[in-house]
Write a protein of this length. Structure first.
Lengths: 125, 443
């Protein structure tokens, strides 16, 4: 844990007067232009990604825009978690943390659904 | 000599062209007497929304002074007459500089979505008029007024959205309402910091919070998070489908009282984007998105085998229903994980409005109108989970069997004759203090 490098998600990346990280294009933009995760995926460091205080929601569209290409590269969530750990800024309200964790879990569920190589029957079942 | 003949021919040709142009202009001017300067000057300056509507066959109706609103003004329940009314209004906005009246006197039922489309058109025109007047000596000042309905509930929403300035006194009670106001954004913003979606989510959340306060309920961090998430997802979808790179949101809530005097909140929310329909979006990317499109086609074949003379559906309406299912997206080929937003929204709003399961007069309604397809969802046919653990997917089958491979109920999936040029998502839910506590505990 101690040797993880910190990536701080800037409050400004929530957009104008917003408390929510939302939008797939916005997540992709942060990935590609702000935190350069494609490069980080390949380096030898492990990272902790910090969600700032006053965040009220962490939308799955933003999460997947930001992290899905990495999850796809690392193939399993365990491998992905070894590389990137999402944490909260100190002092965040416990209840809010709990909800944000639920957002993240839901996003991960969706990511795993999409990594499955299903046929038509499997997809609709 | 030959040169002279050539020059004369050229001159005659030019004269003929000028004459044809003159005649065309005259004909145009005859159509809208007294407005030639306005039309000539304004044409190249039309807003993108006006150009979009013109391209979609709006603006060809004759210009009227008094435009009669249909008995039921609802895009989700009575699309055809409602669209005709909207088209007439648009014609009056762009083809004439005369004042006109929106006549709601025969209107008995109205919903937010339809009224919001009018609101968007009028606001867009007013901005256009303002810009025009600041640029030209010729001034346009079109007066748009409204004649109220005889039905109190219709007047209440007309008043809330500013279409009428007072409610004719028929009831001893005053209208108690909150209006979100028309919100819009543009995805043309290049930097993540300039994005306004999150801000709009916050505005909507605050609006719901204020609406609930009337029944002594305050959103806690759980429900604030849920609402932010939902609105974020649905606005992302609306933006993705817009040809004009934006979407519009409006909401209005009314405070009512049940027989025991307890407060009931009626919350209405509508989100609209103009552009291609959900079905058109899927068709437009079927080559790139062949895997998912193939899944949709397989399901369509399963459904088609069940068609009878009495029960069948258009491909457009079934594909629209399929598109709402988790994991389906027309962008699946771009970055793999997409297609969950609308289902999350439906799940949450049906859950928030679950008062309708206990009291039929307070049934929640969620409609998705896209092109010719109209998906209706309520407390009876709500989304349900399939699979287990991390593999859960949420499905909306619109049938009592809760089986996506069985045909939906015809009352819940409808194909209209006319096509709405975009997608409208409209929600009406009822909430009470007692009930909302239960919802919060449950979720």
């Amino acid at each position: 844990m101690a040797d993880r490098v910190t990536i701080f998600l800037d409050k400004e990346w929530r957009g104008t007067k917003s408390t929510t990280f939302t939008g797939r294009p916005q997540g992709e933009q942060v990935r590609d232009e702000k935190v350069l995760l494609d490069e980080k995926d390949l380096d030898s460091h492990n990272y902790e990604v910090v969600i700032p205080n006053d965040t009220t929601a962490f939308n799955s569209s933003f999460y997947l825009g930001l992290f899905f290409p990495s999850i796809e590269k690392f193939k399993t969530l365990v491998n992905f978690d070894n590389k990137y750990l999402v944490v909260f800024e100190d002092g965040m309200d416990e209840k809010v943390k709990e909800k944000l964790n639920e957002d993240i879990e839901d996003s991960r569920r969706q990511a795993m659904n999409d990594l499955e190589d299903l046929d038509s029957d499997g997809f609709w079942s | 000599m030959k040169d002279r003949i050539r020059i004369r021919t050229r001159i005659e040709k030019r004269r003929s062209e000028i004459e044809t142009k003159r005649k065309a202009n005259k004909q145009d001017n005859n159509l809208q007497p007294g407005i030639s300067a306005f039309l000539f000057l304004s044409r190249p300056k039309r807003t993108s929304l006006q150009r979009f509507f013109i391209a979609n066959d709006f603006g060809v109706e004759s210009v009227l002074i008094n435009i009669q609103c249909p008995k039921e003004f609802s895009l989700t329940d009575k699309l055809e007459p409602s669209l005709v009314f909207i088209k007439k209004v648009f014609s009056c906005l762009i083809n004439s500089n005369k004042d006109f009246v929106l006549d709601f006197s025969k209107c008995k039922k109205i919903d937010l979505g339809a009224l919001m489309v009018l609101e968007i058109m009028v606001q867009d025109y007013q901005q256009f008029q303002e810009k025009f007047n600041s640029s030209y000596y010729y001034k346009v000042n079109k007066g748009i007024s409204s004649k109220p309905s005889t039905v109190w509930e219709v007047n209440r929403i007309l008043f809330a959205l500013g279409f009428i300035t007072h409610i004719p006194a028929e009831k001893p009670v005053k209208a108690e309402y909150l209006h979100l106001s028309l919100l819009t954004t543009s995805k043309a913003k290049s930097d993540v910091r300039e994005n306004r979606k999150g801000w709009i989510c916050t505005k909507i959340r605050d609006f719901v919070d204020m609406s609930l306060k009337a029944s002594n309920v305050k959103l806690n961090s759980d429900s604030r998070n849920s609402l932010d998430n939902l609105m974020g997802e649905i606005l992302n979808n609306a933006e993705d489908h817009s040809e004009l790179n934006n979407f519009y949101v409006d909401g209005v809530s009314f405070k009512e009282y049940d027989d025991e005097g307890k407060t009931i909140i009626e919350l209405n929310l509508a989100i609209v984007n103009f552009g291609f329909s959900i079905y058109e979006g899927l068709e437009g990317t079927k080559e790139q998105n062949s895997r998912i499109y193939g899944f949709l086609n397989d399901l369509y074949n399963t459904h088609e085998d069940q068609f009878t003379k009495r029960k069948s559906f258009s491909k457009e309406s079934l594909f629209t229903l399929y598109a709402l299912q988790e994991g389906v997206s027309r962008f699946k080929f771009e970055r793999k994980s997409r297609g969950t937003g609308t289902m999350s929204f439906i799940r949450a709003f049906i859950s928030l409005g679950s008062l309708g399961t206990e009291s039929p007069e307070h049934l929640s309604k969620l409609n998705i109108l896209s092109g010719k397809a109209n998906v209706k969802c309520d407390n009876v046919f709500a989304p349900f989970p399939t699979g287990a653990g991390e593999r859960v997917r949420h499905r909306l089958s619109l049938n009592k069997e809760k089986d996506l491979k069985i045909l939906p109920d015809q009352n819940y999936l409808v194909t209209n004759e006319s096509s709405f040029p975009g997608t409208l998502l409209q929600v009406k839910i009822f909430m009470s203090e007692d009930h909302f506590d239960k919802v919060l505990e449950k979720n």
